[in-house]
Every structure is written in structure tokens, then in C-alpha cells.
Design a protein around this ligand. Structure first.
Ligand code: APR
Ligand code: PHB
Length: 389
């Protein structure tokens, strides 16, 4: 088989890149190790930056998002002294779109089907070859046979545990990482959201977040020790703890119900440089991981896709490879800005096991500034809605 761009990974990064490239007349093949149903069953974040919204519309997958998504002009933060709102619209003139990643992935699959995309599911043993030469190729196993795809470029969209990043030698790569000493226990429930906008809570017992997918589907998180196992959390125990951490005006009227999804995720900040090596380009979680506090995971994948698809169009359609050479540095500038913001939100809103009383006072002072200082709110708003591409 031959293609112009071989895409490893059929998550949001891989599907969105394939969609944009195919619409530009560039041939792609997507290799995904899981089944389509497995990919669609993943429960992930649900806040889209304006840049991501615009890119989805440009890719022709914005119609359902525009119908069913909800625009949020601000968010709420609660502390021991009460709850306050940061008005994005007022502070930076933009909003965010609340629309689940699961729905984005569903829309991308539907659009890719309409274009007759070549997406090969349940592949195994994907290997990248000659990525520093002019004729790279990919091999993979399926149905007991080994297959080969000759290509011009390879996009590594295969997430944190994929094969693309390790293809870049340790002697070339530099990884940057911070692992946080807690996780997030997340619950999805068929209940009405506890508030009209998101509520991020900094409570002495730990962080909590009240989010949503739509008027009948809510998403909640509480900070838990890394030693916790999801089996030890009954639904009732979760609701009781969430109620303790959310402000009374949100917690008291909150509708509870059975968890239709419950899981614990660790939090880390991770960046691998460079994001390209020869004709291999890393995209999304394959290159970087953010703690979910700033809702940047999917949004960073989108900006990577934006930069790479533009550079590949220039190289493949116009023979101009200058932008390809700048993909990594250009993407990393925005990655590090979002990495800083996600670290800042995480440090601001969580209780760290080893934090001192001085640390606590500094956290309270930072929250106080955010509550009362317009410039502090402007900085948060600009980062939360997404810095320009
Ligand atoms: N071969 C083929 N596919 C692979 C391989 C492999 N060796 N390893 C991983 N994959 C697939 C995974 O099954 C997954 O579907 O690559 C895809 C990677 O998707 P994501 O992990 O979702 O990463 P990305 O597409 O960059 O999207 C980032 O998704 O995970 C969230 O928090 C993340 O919101 C962010 C967004
Ligand atoms: C979510 O709705 O899953 C969500 C929203 C905002 C975050 C993290 C997760 O910061």
C-alpha cells in the first residue's frame, strides 16, 4: 500500500489531521490499534477553545457541535471564602464551547466515513522505518499478516503510550516531566448539571470540579490520593465527598444518580522535544500530556494538527518544505504556554500532601488576587479560552 501521509493513531489528533489533509486532496491512511467502538467509548474532557472550534468547523465537522454544544462565557472558582466568577467574555472577549471529546470523535469518524477514509482498526506491532530518509514506511500486523505502507510523511498521533515518540532515539529526545502526588476520580452521571457553568473548587479536603456534557449529562471530579482504587469508592461515597467540597449553593440542590462511568486518572505534565525527526511528526498526546485542570489536552492536539496540516499542505501541494522544518518549534511555543497554564491551575486549585502552612497562605493570596484583580482575571481568561494559534 502507498499513501502520502501515514497517520499512527485514530484518536482526535489522527482523525482530525486525516480529515483536514483529505479535504485538501492529500492521501492518508490511519492505523489504529483499538476497535472503533473502543475509541468511541472513551470518556475524556469536554471544553473546546475557540481555536479548536474554528478548526473543527474548517474540517467540516462543526455542525452538531454548533447545534448541541454550549458556549460558556465564564467559569466559577470556589474557595473557603465563597465562590467567584471569571467572566471570559468581559476579560478577553472570547468564550469556550462545552462539547464532549466523545462527540468530537464521533463527528470525526462520521466525516471520515463520508470521505471514504482508509482507517485500519485493530492493527498490531506497528513499526516506523527509515523516518530520517526520503522514503519512510510503516509495517503492521493484521489478520495474521504483516503489511507495509510506503509514504512520504508519518504523523505520530498515537498518544502517550504509542510507538512514535520512542522511534526518536533517546540521544535525540529530551523529556520534561512533573508527576503530581494525587489523581482525579471522575464520575459521569445522567443528571442535570449542578451549575450552569463549570465550578472549580479549592477545598481543605481537596480539589473538586463540577462540569457537564449537556443538560442531562454531568461530569464531576474529586482529587484523591494516588493510592486510591476506584473499587473503594461507592457512588454514595463519591457524592458525599463531592458535596463536602463544592460550595453550598451548588452542592445543596445538586442532583445525584448512578455513575455510568467512574475512573481514576493520574495527573502529569509532560513534554518531549523535538516534536519532529526526519519525516516523523509527533502530534497531541504523543508529544505532550497536561494535567486536566486547564482542559488543554484536546485543545493542544488541535493546535498541533493545525500547524502540521498547514505545513504538510505546503510541502505536498506546493513543494515548499520550509514550514515543515518549523513545525516542532512552532507547536512547542504554544505547548509550553498551555503547559504553564495547566501547571498553574493545578498548583492553585489542589491541596498538596507535602504543602507547608506558608504554601497554603501563598495559595490563598493567589486566589485572592484572582478574585479581585482585573489583570489577574484577564491573564487567566486569555489562557483558559486559548492563546492564538
Ligand atoms: N498503533 C496504533 N494506534 C495506537 C498505538 C499503536 N502502537 N498506540 C496508541 N494508539 C492509538 C490509541 O488507541 C488511541 O486511539 O492512538 C490513539 C491516541 O489517541 P489519544 O491518546 O486520545 O491522543 P490524541 O489523539 O493525541 O488526543 C489527545 O485525547 O487522550 C485524550 O487527554 C487527551 O484530550 C486529549 C486528546
Ligand atoms: C470535563 O468536563 O471533563 C472537564 C472540564 C474542565 C476541565 C477538566 C475536565 O478542566
Amino acid at each position: 500500500m502507498r499513501t502520502q501521509v501515514a497517520i499512527i493513531g485514530g484518536g482526535p489528533s489522527g482523525l482530525l489531521l486525516s480529515q483536514l489533509l483529505m479535504r485538501a486532496g492529500i492521501d492518508t491512511v490511519v492505523l489504529e490499534r483499538q476497535s472503533r467502538d473502543y475509541v468511541l467509548a472513551r470518556i475524556r474532557a469536554g471544553v473546546l477553545e475557540q481555536g479548536c472550534v474554528d478548526l473543527l468547523r474548517k474540517a467540516g465537522v462543526g455542525a452538531r457541535m454548533d447545534r448541541e454544544g454550549h458556549s460558556h462565557d465564564g467559569t466559577n472558582l470556589s474557595t473557603a471564602h465563597g465562590m467567584f466568577r471569571v467572566n471570559f467574555k468581559e476579560r478577553c472577549g472570547q468564550s469556550v464551547m462545552v462539547y464532549g471529546q466523545t462527540e468530537v470523535t464521533q463527528d470525526l469518524y462520521q466525516a471520515q466515513d463520508a470521505l471514504g477514509a482508509r482507517i485500519v482498526h485493530q492493527v498490531a506491532n506497528v513499526e516506523l522505518h527509515d523516518v530520517t530518509g526520503d522514503h519512510p514506511f510503516v509495517t503492521y500486523d493484521k489478520d495474521g499478516q504483516t503489511h507495509r505502507i510506503d509514504c512520504d510523511y508519518i504523523a505520530g498521533c498515537d498518544g502517550f503510550h504509542g510507538v512514535s515518540r520512542p522511534t526518536i532515539p533517546d540521544t535525540v529526545r529530551q523529556d520534561f516531566e512533573r508527576v503530581y502526588p494525587f489523581g482525579w476520580l471522575g464520575v459521569l452521571s445522567r443528571t442535570a448539571p449542578a451549575a450552569e457553568e463549570l465550578v472549580y473548587a479549592n477545598h481543605p479536603r481537596g480539589f473538586a470540579l463540577a462540569s457537564m456534557r449537556n443538560a442531562h449529562l454531568s461530569r464531576y471530579y474529586i482529587q484523591v490520593p494516588l493510592s486510591d482504587r476506584v473499587e473503594q469508592w461507592s457512588d454514595q461515597a463519591f457524592w458525599d465527598e463531592l458535596r463536602r467540597r463544592l460550595p453550598a449553593e451548588v452542592a445543596d440542590p445538586m442532583e445525584t444518580g448512578p455513575a455510568i462511568e467512574k475512573s481514576i486518572a493520574p495527573l502529569r505534565s509532560f513534554v518531549s522535544e523535538p516534536m519532529q525527526w526526519g519525516r516523523l511528526f509527533l502530534v497531541g498526546d504523543a508529544a505532550h500530556i497536561v494535567p486536566p485542570t486547564g482542559a488543554k489536552g484536546l485543545n493542544l492536539a488541535a493546535s498541533d494538527v493545525h500547524y502540521l496540516h498547514e505545513a504538510l499542505r505546503a510541502a505536498v501541494l506546493d513543494g515548499d518544505r520550509a514550514a515543515l522544518g518549523q513545525y516542532g518549534p512552532r507547536a512547542l511555543t504554544r505547548v509550553w504556554a498551555a503547559m504553564r497554564f495547566s501547571w498553574w491551575m493545578t498548583t492553585l486549585m489542589h491541596r498538596f500532601p507535602d504543602q507547608t502552612e506558608f504554601d497554603q497562605k501563598i495559595q490563598e493570596a493567589e486566589l485572592h488576587q484572582l478574585e479581585w484583580m482585573v489583570s489577574a482575571q484577564e491573564t487567566m481568561a486569555r489562557n483558559y479560552v486559548g492563546l492564538p494559534y
